[in-house]
Design a protein around this ligand. Structure first.
Ligand SMILES: C[S@@+](CC[C@H](N)C(=O)[O-])C[C@H]1O[C@@H](n2cnc3c(N)ncnc32)[C@H](O)[C@@H]1O
Length: 517
């Protein structure tokens, strides 16, 4: 497959693997204490890696709006990266985002003409060309800049990729305009009239070229010269018998139409399209006002310059998610994605490295909990409620010399090791025995254990971390049915190698045998 090359591309392709796993620490809790929504302050490269052991393969929809690399002087973040640097910035982040995405998930990335076409090629490489879904064109402006020197830009691109073919899009809700087309009614219900012809010639489709009798005037009616009927004679006779032909209000019309009844629609929605006009998905003037209103900032200088409209994000979430799904935005900006996901009943994680994580996102999301009525609130009847945690990045889980940070508790290390061994996050919220879990069945099954920080009952960190023969009955008792191999992590093994081999035990010494992915 053709690939993009740029200065530093090889290093960029190794970046994600070498980013250390860091802890995420709660700074403050807001609203409902049980809510699992996270606002994370920090560089998304570190934050995305920190999320992997807990959320790999679990995110239903990612929306990101990265810096466009337009050389605009933004007060709140650096949008003046050199081209190769921008590509190197994006590549590892896209890789981590791909790993976080669920098999039936999708990623949506907004971008303008500066980098759109490079981004498309890069995303083909990271997500697979077959997983490209669409390049949605969003009309971000409604007024043309008449002083523009060449061709005035009016739109952004939204690159849409799915993780795999199991992604299914939702239909968009019907609009009032579409509903207004259903303006006729008979004893069977409300209907709209639809064209009874199609764009083919009689030579091309002779079986669709025949005369139809007008039931009230007796006239013999033929399609116009360049068209044919949309249905065969047999289908037409069935339509007549079942009362599906519309001849106008007085029944004397000169052309037949087909009655499309609203109650017979197979799917009551509209197929999403690749062209999103500003009246459908909002525009940038409106989104700046939205943020200004919700944050109550008067001075334009304090404005966050590039927020996206709530309506735009709500369209993405309508197509790509259901209530309860997890939504991630790792370039959160002023917090729009989190605000919209929250109001639409989705779970969310938002990551922002700038100061505006606490000057913009935090107060905005607190107001959302309080029921603020801007943006999409009225459309979704938002009343307030829910909660989130404000988090920051903590120290690396594994230090450079391979040792484990003393801040790490059993449960956290268990999550990391489970992820390193299986490539998937664990399904239990908390571990309370050294047995982390069993993968596979029968003799092929592997049981994973961790002896760390006194999990065996001894609270001294140096103790209870050693595999001994005396301990073996206790370990076996944790999984009496298990017939396969045992992988046991601990600080030392005092069980003879030959005994371990006989029992099918692979011992992995902390920290040396912990290989980071
Ligand atoms: C275009 S703005 C996003 C605006 C957002 N969609 C909104 O509606 O407010 C891009 C954001 O990405 C943030 N950003 C850039 N690089 C980042 C990184 N490495 N980690 C986290 N955030 C980053 C910037 O600080 C900026 O706030």
């Amino acid at each position: 497959m053709p690939q993009l090359t740029w200065l530093g591309d090889q290093a960029a392709k190794h970046t994600a693997r070498h980013v250390p796993y860091r802890l995420l620490e709660t700074v403050s809790q807001h609203g409902d204490a049980d809510a699992a929504n996270w606002l994370v302050r920090g560089d998304n490269l570190d934050a995305l890696k920190a999320l992997l052991p807990f959320y790999a393969g679990r995110v239903k929809c990612i929306f990101i709006d990265p810096p466009y690399n337009t050389r605009s002087a933004f007060e709140h973040y650096d949008d003046n990266l050199e081209h190769s640097q921008w590509l190197s910035m994006m590549y590892p982040r896209l890789e981590l985002l791909r790993d976080l995405l669920a098999e039936d998930g999708s990623i949506w990335v907004t971008i303008d003409d500066n980098e759109a076409h490079y981004l498309k090629v890069m995303m083909d490489e990271v997500f697979g060309r077959r997983n490209f879904v669409a390049n949605v064109v969003w009309q971000k402006k409604y007024a043309v800049a008449n002083d523009h020197k060449t061709i005035a830009p009016m739109h952004d691109h939204i690159m849409v990729y799915r993780k795999s073919q199991s992604w299914m899009r939702n239909l968009m809700p019907r609009t009032d305009e579409k509903d207004r087309q259903y303006k006729f009614e008979d004893e069977k219900g409300i209907f709209r009239s639809s064209d009874y012809t199609c764009n083919k010639t009689a030579e091309e489709r002779p079986n669709l070229y025949y005369s139809i009798a007008q039931p009230n005037t007796g006239a013999e009616i033929w399609p116009s010269k360049t068209r044919v009927w949309a249905y065969s004679r047999e289908e037409h006779l069935r339509h007549v018998a079942e009362g599906f032909i519309y001849w106008g209000k007085d029944g004397k019309g000169k052309t037949p139409a087909y009655k499309r009844y609203k109650h017979l629609l197979k799917n009551d929605g509209i197929v999403p399209q690749t062209l999103w006009m500003h009246d459908f998905a909002g525009h940038t003037d409106g989104s700046r006002k939205e943020v200004r209103e919700v944050l109550g900032s008067i001075s334009l200088i304090d404005d966050f310059i590039t927020p996206k409209p709530e309506l735009l994000i709500s369209r993405v979430l309508q197509v790509a998610t259901q209530p309860g799904d997890l939504v991630l935005d790792s370039f959160l900006g002023s917090g729009t994605t989190a605000a919209v996901a929250h109001k639409m009943g989705r779970r969310w994680i938002g990551i922002e490295m700038g100061e505006h994580a606490h000057t913009h996102c935090l107060p905005r999301l607190q107001k959302v909990l309080g029921g603020e009525q801007g943006g999409i609130s009225k459309a979704v009847a938002w009343q307030g409620g829910g909660g989130f945690r404000y988090m920051q990045l903590g120290e690396p889980v594994f230090r450079e010399d391979g040792s484990i940070s003393p801040a790490i508790r059993f449960c956290t290390l268990a999550n990391y090791l489970w992820f390193l061994e299986t490539g998937a996050p664990h399904t239990v919220a908390a571990f309370d025995t050294p047995l982390l879990g069993i993968v596979g069945e029968g003799e092929n099954a592997v049981a994973y254990l961790l002896l760390y920080n006194g999990i065996l009952g001894d609270r001294r960190p140096e103790s209870g971390n050693v595999l001994t023969s005396v301990m073996w009955p206790y370990i076996q008792h944790l999984a009496p049915e298990h017939r396969g191999r045992w992988v046991i992590y601990g600080e030392a093994a005092r069980m003879p190698e030959s005994r371990r081999r006989a029992l099918g035990v692979s011992f992995k010494q902390i920290p040396y045998d912990i290989r980071m992915k």
